[in-house]
Design a protein around this ligand. Structure first.
Ligand SMILES: [Zn+2]
Length: 340
């Protein structure tokens, strides 16, 4: 098979197309012919070496395709069946797995990180990691797992969103941000989203954000307070880290919840404790997603209630250009590799 292989960490150019033997499957594994694989920030972190794995490695955790071959012990799936991959790897036996929180597994890993992923014509996965598809295009399905799954996990962790909620999303135009904006609107919340350019703000308005703020040219705290009549928001999502975390805490109203889901700009922030307890604010970490979250995202997309926004598709041979675009940040929504 053809695959984009990572043999050394570095810039986009380290991803090289190679011909490799097709993966061999075990009894409980399935060989999936990859039709589409969406890019994510975690791919860039593995590529650049910010996250380390054993090399060589095939990246890509957001995978949709069709079943090519079944291991002898696999039941309930058929050759040719369209599927999307649940990308979280877990042992299935630890105390967290036993209570259904596979994303908290003591041996957690990710397809496209700890195991080979979808920047290839074929990928092998455990049968547990498959979710059947009915009527979704592969490139749409491939956008669902990490961004929409993680957004649904976040929303479930805080007990849901309703029309009484006001949500602030910092960096709303990327993969996770746009998923959270779309889901918040679907559940009826009022959404304020911040981004860095007029193009990205128009995109956010197009996907349903009620209010948009340019964080490069506007005072975000002031604008959020104006929009919310001095109250602040009930839920704030930060997936950028150090640079934006305190801002996302500041804009909460009393009893509000800060969802923290990423560290792109750094891992450390200092916090004013009084600001948390006097407002009875909550801080909720969000780490990846459950299989149930992906099943829900697939269901919503299949019913036409949810549609990821694809900025551009590339072929596997254009992987370097695809990563260059991702690194540039000059895109909205998702970048997707289409295999054929
Ligand atoms: Zn476990």
């Amino acid at each position: 098979m053809l695959a984009a292989v990572l043999r050394e960490y570095g810039g986009p150019e380290v991803l090289k197309i190679e011909k490799l033997p097709d993966p061999e499957i075990r009894e409980d594994e399935v060989l999936v012919r990859v039709e589409a694989c969406a890019l994510n920030r975690i791919d860039v972190w593995f590529r650049s070496g910010r996250y380390r794995t054993s090399l060589p490695r095939i990246l890509g955790g957001d995978i949709a395709g069709r079943i090519e071959k079944l291991g002898g012990g696999v039941k309930g799936f058929g050759i040719g069946q369209p599927v999307v991959v649940y990308s979280v790897l877990s042992d299935g036996t630890c105390r967290y797995c036993m209570i259904g929180r596979r994303n908290r597994c003591v041996n957690v890993g990710f397809i496209g990180g700890a195991a080979d992923g979808g920047y290839a014509e074929y990928v092998k996965v455990r049968d547990y990691n498959l979710v059947p598809l009915s009527n979704l295009d592969a490139e749409i399905a491939a956008c669902l797992p990490i961004d929409f799954g993680t957004s649904l996990n976040a929303i479930n962790l805080i007990g849901g969103l309703t029309p009484v909620d006001t949500v602030f999303v910092m960096g709303g135009s990327g993969g996770l941000g746009h998923a959270f904006v779309k889901l918040s609107k679907l559940f009826g919340a009022e959404v304020i989203a911040a981004s860095s350019s007029e193009e990205k703000l128009s995109f956010l308005e197009k996907i349903g954000a009620d209010h948009v703020i340019n964080y490069r040219t506007e005072d975000v705290r002031k604008r959020v307070m104006e929009i919310t009549h001095g109250m602040g928001v009930s839920v704030s999502l930060d997936h950028s880290g150090s640079e934006t975390w305190n801002l996302c805490l500041d804009v909460l109203k009393k009893g509000g919840i800060l969802l923290t889901a990423g560290i792109t700009t750094g891992e450390n922030a200092s916090v004013n404790i009084a600001q948390i307890y006097r407002r009875e604010a909550r801080i909720q970490g969000v780490y990846s997603y459950l299989k149930e979250d992906l099943i829900k995202a697939v269901e919503l997309a299949s019913k036409g209630k949810l549609k990821p926004e694809i900025f551009r598709t590339y072929s596997l041979s254009e992987i370097v250009e695809a990563h260059r675009l991702f690194d540039s940040g000059n895109f909205t929504g998702k970048i997707v590799l289409k295999m054929r």
